[in-house]
Design a binder for this molecule. Structure first.
Ligand SMILES: [Zn+2]
Length: 305
C-alpha cells in the first residue's frame, strides 16, 4: 500500500550532500531567491489564511542571520531554490516584530496541519524536528561539554577535542495497530482523549524488539488480547516519532485494560465504524481527526472486503 499521511510527502529534495558544502550554503543564504521559514518556540510562521508557509528572503531576516540564530537547511525544490529554517525563539518579541507580522503568524503546527496545502506539513515537520533536536542537544551526552552544530543542523559535534563524539537527530519508532477479528476490530480510549473518542492502540518499540513483537506486547499489556499475525499497513512521520501502522489478527476476545495507558477498550463492528465515518452521532464512538494514522487505519478497516 502507498498511503501518504499528513507530515509525509514533502515536495523538497533533502539534498543531503549540500549540508557539508559550506560555500554553497553561504552563497544560498545571500541569494535573494532563497526561502527561509522562521520558527518561534517551535511554531512555524504561516500566512494569515493558513494557505501556506510564511516564507521570507535572506534580506528579510538579515539581522537574525547576522545574529547567528540556529539555521538549518531543509532542501531544494525542482528549480534549485534552497529552503532553510531559522529558530528565532531567543527573541522574546519575535511574534510581534516585523518582518514576521507582515507575512503572517507563528502557529502550532499540529493545530493547523490539516489546513495547510499538501506537502507543507512535511516541510514544517522536518524543520520543527531538526530545530527542536538541536535546541535539546546543546551538551554532549558522553562527556557533558558543549556541542556545536554541523552539517547545517543534521549533526552536532562535541567541542571537547578529547571526546569528539558526533550526535545525530533521531526519531522514535512507535507501533500503532488495529487488532482485527472477523468483522470486528479493537479500539481503545486513553484517559487524555475527549469524551467518547477511541482510536487504534499504540506504543513505543523497545530496544531489541521488532515491529511484530512490539505490536503483540503492546496489545497484550494494554488490552490483554493475544494477537498472532501482524501486517504492515503504512507509516506516518511526526516531528519526533515514526508511527508504524499495522493490522493484527486477534486470537482472543476477552479484554483486560491496564487502566494506565488505556482506560477502556472495546470491540466494534465494521458496520458501526462505517456509520461513524458517515456522520452518525448516536453510536457513542468518536474517532480521531483524519490527520492521524489511527483514523486512517480504522478507515482502511471499514473498506476491507
Ligand atoms: Zn563529548
Amino acid at each position: 500500500m502507498s498511503e501518504v499521511h499528513t507530515f509525509a510527502g514533502g515536495p523538497l529534495d533533502r539534498a543531503g550532500h549540500r549540508r557539508t558544502d559550506a560555500d554553497w550554503i553561504a552563497a544560498k543564504l545571500k541569494d535573494q531567491s532563497t526561502r527561509i521559514v522562521p520558527l518561534w518556540k517551535l511554531q512555524p510562521l504561516v500566512t494569515p489564511r493558513r494557505d501556506g508557509i510564511g516564507w521570507l528572503s535572506p534580506a528579510d531576516v538579515d539581522g537574525y542571520l547576522m545574529s547567528g540564530v540556529p539555521t538549518i537547511f531543509i532542501g531544494e525544490d525542482d528549480a534549485g531554490v534552497a529552503h532553510f529554517a531559522i529558530d528565532v525563539t531567543s527573541f522574546d518579541d519575535a511574534n510581534r516584530s516585523e518582518p514576521f507580522t507582515n507575512v503572517g503568524k507563528f502557529m502550532d503546527l499540529r493545530a493547523i496541519a490539516l489546513q495547510l496545502p499538501m506537502g507543507d506539513p512535511s516541510t514544517l515537520g522536518t524543520a520543527k524536528a531538526i530545530l527542536d533536536w538541536n535546541a535539546r542537544h546543546q551538551f554532549c551526552a558522553v562527556c557533558g561539554n558543549a556541542t556545536e552544530m554541523r552539517e547545517c543542523g543534521y549533526m552536532r559535534k562535541c567541542s571537547n577535542g578529547e571526546c569528539n563524539a558526533e550526535h545525530f537527530p533521531r526519531t522514535d519508532p512507535v507501533v500503532i495497530m488495529l487488532p482485527v477479528r472477523g468483522d470486528d476490530c479493537l479500539i481503545g480510549r486513553q484517559p487524555m482523549f475527549p469524551a467518547n473518542m477511541y482510536s487504534a492502540l499504540a506504543g513505543f518499540i523497545e530496544p531489541g524488539e521488532n515491529i511484530e513483537e512490539a505490536v503483540r506486547r503492546e496489545v497484550m499489556e494494554e488490552a490483554g488480547i493475544t494477537v498472532s499475525d501482524v501486517r504492515y499497513h503504512s507509516t506516518q512521520p511526526w516531528p519526533s516519532s515514526l508511527m508504524i501502522g499495522c493490522f493484527a489478527d486477534a486470537e482472543t476476545t476477552e479484554i483486560t485494560v491496564d487502566g494506565l495507558e488505556l482506560e477502556e477498550a472495546r470491540w466494534v463492528s465494521r458496520t458501526l465504524l462505517k456509520d461513524v465515518m458517515n456522520g452518525a452521532t448516536d453510536t457513542g464512538v468518536l474517532l480521531p481527526p483524519p490527520m492521524a494514522i489511527g483514523f486512517q487505519l480504522i478507515r482502511a478497516f471499514t473498506e476491507m472486503k
